[in-house]
Design a protein around this ligand. Sequence first.
Ligand SMILES: NC(=O)C1=CN([C@@H]2O[C@H](COP(=O)(O)OP(=O)(O)OC[C@H]3O[C@@H](n4cnc5c(N)ncnc54)[C@H](OP(=O)(O)O)[C@@H]3O)[C@@H](O)[C@H]2O)[C@@H](O)CC1
Ligand SMILES: [K+]
Length: 501
Amino acid sequence: MKILTAAQTREADAYTIAHEPISSIDLMERAAGALVQWIEKEYGPEQPWYIFCGPGNNGGDGLAVARLLFQRAYDVQVVLVTEGQNHSPDFQQNLNRLPTEIPVTRTASPDDLPSLLSYAMVLDGLFGSGLSRPLVGLHAQAVQHINNSAATVIAIDLPSGLFADAPTPTDSAVVEADVTLSFERPKLAFLLPESGSFVGKWHVLPIGLHPDFLNKADSPYSLLTPERLKEVLKPRLKFTHKGTYGNALLVGGSYGKIGAITLAAKAALRAGVGLLTVQTPMVGYSILQVAVPEAMALSDAHEQHITAFPEEVNQYQCIGIGPGLGQAADTALALEKLFRQALPPLVLDADALNLLALDRQLLRNLPANSILTPHPKEFERLASPAKHDYHRLQLLKDFCQEHECYVVLKGYHTCIGTPTGECYFNTTGNPGMATGGTGDTLTGILAGLRAQGFSPLDTCLVGVYLHGLAGDLAAEQEGEYALIASDVTQYLGKAFQQLLQ
Ligand SMILES: NC(=O)C1=CN([C@@H]2O[C@H](COP(=O)(O)OP(=O)(O)OC[C@H]3O[C@@H](n4cnc5c(N)ncnc54)[C@H](OP(=O)(O)O)[C@@H]3O)[C@@H](O)[C@H]2O)[C@@H](O)CC1
Ligand SMILES: [K+]
């Protein structure tokens, strides 16, 4: 699902009005209808609803919703924060249509703002995608007033004060929503950590924007949806054997960190790889044989860390390097030597990335189409420090293009960058997965899939989605607090089943 900018959304709006065709006021009515349908499903008419409206079409949506909820016997009142501003035509028309029984507060100063009880519902229709500058004065005070209350806040389209696709200056006033109901597509701001925290749970409400426009719209940003993955992940075929599903090599572990490579190994097997070999330093050999009997073990000559990769690397269809690897000087030398050979596809994580960051020549020799799985700090060591989330996205696109690689930038909405400059945001996963070892399981999954012959892009898309989904299924049983990396691996089978259904 392509993510559109605020400007593209306006174009989609205009295109729909011209080509469906539909009048602008009817499109607003359709949007309001979608909001009300969602609200009716989730909330009964018991609580008082305070509908905050700004001067533009976001406020117009709020007014239309006020009328529709009133018709459904909801207890609604409207709070206008439009003093001294021109109303948009559709706002004005919906104000004219507002039943006279609905109380309307026209706010001229903060004293006019109604007190909001904890059980009240706030519908935030102050500003949407037409926000042109940070909120100040009475608008900012209205936002603070909402944020200081314990009321449940539902934002129309996006939380007021938040820019849809550009950095919102820190300490500017932004509504802290519990729920955001976004028309047709999510906004880029929802998917990034600095802005996404204002959004709460978000849902996309289709409002029938013209498919011709949506299909043609050009955007580097997409949301990962299961529909796309179902085309990639097929059931296994009759008469196949372990040779059909690839031979993966995982290299990592060091004294005290054999657990990391063990976690990766288990996940690679659960991801369906045909054969798995794991190379660890000597200290890991017995541990691995006991912990993962399905894998073959290779021992490095060194007791505590990796000093050389196997000679015959081309018998493998993918090499995953990094979990627990450490940053010893002779490990770095081994990596350098490895990169001088013709190699099967690579998945690089953790200390393999840190070694790349320390040696720019090594980074320049990175084989094309490698998959890198940094968290934001590791990524910034590889690229450069980011001033804000949007800057980090730009760095991601630049880095993937420059090094012809795929970067899985891990986070709440993990973002997969590609050599062609596209970015795919994941929607599975939960804060329970913010715990040691879940990154190692991801490396294992990716190496396992890549060895089975999935393209680097499909490997990233399927692997990242499944990893998050397994975490979600695990959290349903274990809860987010108690979730550990092994649970993710344990639920990987169920995640596959869900995706294959
Ligand atoms: N496309 C769709 O899918 C559909 C979209 N729909 C809805 O339309 C919404 C977008 O509406 P919109 O363009 O009228 O913008 P909106 O956010 O209401 O505000 C604009 C007004 O605010 C003003 N203003 C801006 N910044 C300000 C500031 N800092 N402080 C003070 N004022 C400020 C600005 O004035 P100006 O910048 O000119 O001073 C202007 O008057 C969208 O989010 C969705 O809810 C649906 O109805 C139908 C389908
Ligand atoms: K809003």
